[in-house]
Design a protein around this ligand. Structure first.
Ligand code: EPZ
Length: 420
């Protein structure tokens, strides 16, 4: 298994380019199922999660080719409605194929998504939406099967503004008969990007980005070319790298309106952030102060940045209170941070962090994607050498993060083979 070796203490400098958003590209790939024309995703990120979803589509006879950074997706020859269960269980976002498959073929059988380290992550809201559109849903033996002669538009209220359920139901409704109104919908930028993509294909969707989305069904959708939005979580992660190493760097290829909550909290801590078109300069060299964080659905503070900011707060004098309202178990990084000398106490969905003078480098594990990113950040600031294992979690959502960090001056190395 691979690992990262990081020697902490380097100041960072220079510029980093942000890649396309993992959480935009995954629903966009699924949305290509809705048309038998070829679709092209430009500047697609080469991430493990993207590779897994591509293999899920290949398992139902779609073809996906990568030609100089573009991903050409052809679903015209899909020949079955039951993707490979092993692949689906590897990555929860495979479940985003269900909506488009229901819309195009009227039936689908898929393995229930595997749980993951950050909580049980049910799919009840997805299935409630599909049933409201007229699908007959059956669950058994680890699979969910859905059948619907024709999906009929309906009014659907989401008990929680679930990102995946909003995306899945939106994709199911675009070819349904009549109008669907999705209330208490999620409004993340990735959902807005998906709605833009579907409308370019010929769908009729209004209100994406608000809590009420209206979809009027159309007969068919055509193939298009699309450049996904940049990854606001990757950008936030590098901004936090600057803050935790008390450095100044430039972050290129961003949409700053997607970063509002992250910019607000880093500024509140004392970072100086200057925005310019599609880039920003963050200066974390001042003495920073402790802030409280409460994760909320967009445009609240993103849960996917919680672990990274917690690593930063471990190095800032004062007391920070973190409240994780989205997932019931997203503090897996706490025990790993404590191995490095962090002072953190957990009480249910709250964590209280007392900043310490120095974190100490040591051997830690990446327990999930964003926890892994947090461990890298902590190691960049820690005294001495850290070894981060299970870095396959990190490769799911960051394309060769070590190359981008090395370019900024970090002392980080990926060790390919690991002696046990
Ligand atoms: C998306 O996951 C993201 N993944 C996650 O990013 C992100 O953390 C999450 O949204 C919240 O912003 C992708 O977009 C591929 P949810 P998703 O449905 O859609 C509960 C990362 O690090 N829920 O909004 O699975 C659920 O249990 C990943 O890049 C139900 O109860 O998130 C959770 O507590 C991690 N029933 C909450 O809603 C359902 O049917 C939020 O889940 C669905 C969800």
């Amino acid at each position: 298994m691979e690992k990262f070796i990081i020697r902490g203490g380097n100041e960072l400098s220079g510029e980093v380019e942000i890649s396309s958003a993992k959480n935009a590209v995954l629903p966009l790939i699924s949305a290509c199922i809705l048309s038998s024309d070829k679709c092209i995703l430009e500047n697609a990120p080469f991430l493990q999660d993207v590779f897994v979803l591509n293999d899920v589509l290949r398992s139902i006879n779609s073809s996906i080719e990568i030609k100089d950074n573009n991903m050409v997706i052809d679903t015209s020859r899909i020949n079955n409605t039951e993707p490979d269960g092993e692949l689906v269980r590897k990555m929860r976002a495979s479940f985003l194929t269900m909506g488009p498959m229901m819309a195009r073929y009227g039936k689908f059988k898929i393995s229930l998504p595997g749980g993951c380290n950050i909580g049980t992550r049910p799919i009840d809201l997805h299935l409630k939406g599909f049933s409201a559109l007229g699908a007959d849903i059956r669950i058994g033996h680890g699979y969910v099967e859905a059948r619907a002669k024709k999906l009929i538009g309906n009014k659907i209220y989401l008990d929680f503004p679930s990102v995946g359920a909003t995306e899945n139901i939106m994709m199911a409704a675009v070819l349904a008969e009549g109008e669907t109104v999705l209330e208490n919908a999620a409004g993340e930028p990735e959902i807005q990007d998906l709605a833009r993509f579907l409308n370019k294909m010929g769908a009729y969707i209004i209100g994406a980005g608000t809590d009420t989305i209206k979809i009027v069904g159309v007969k068919e959708l055509k193939g298009i070319k699309h450049r996904p939005i940049p990854d606001r979580i990757e950008a936030g992660t590098f901004m936090t790298a600057a803050a935790i190493t008390r450095s100044k760097i430039k972050v290129n290829g961003i949409i700053d309106s997607h970063l509002k909550p992250v910019i607000a909290k880093l500024t509140e801590m004392g970072c100086i952030i200057e925005k310019d078109q599609n880039s920003l300069v963050i200066d974390g060299r001042n003495s920073l102060k402790a802030v409280d964080i409460k994760t909320l659905p967009y445009p609240g503070f993103p849960t996917d940045m919680q672990a990274q900011i917690m690593a930063l707060m471990c190095t800032v004098k004062g007391t920070s209170i973190f409240t994780e309202t989205i997932f019931e178990n997203r503090f897996m990084h706490v025990s790993e941070l404590k191995r490095m000398g962090a002072n953190i106490k957990i009480d249910g969905r709250c964590a209280v962090i007392e900043g310490v003078e120095n974190l100490m480098g040591c051997r830690v594990n990446a327990t999930d994607l964003r926890a892994g990113a947090a461990m890298i950040l902590a190691a960049l600031a820690a005294e001495g050498v850290s070894e981060i294992r299970d870095i396959f979690h990190i490769d799911r959502g960051y394309y060769h993060i070590e190359r981008k960090l090395m370019k900024l001056g970090a002392n980080i190395e990926r060790i390919k083979k690991m002696e046990d």
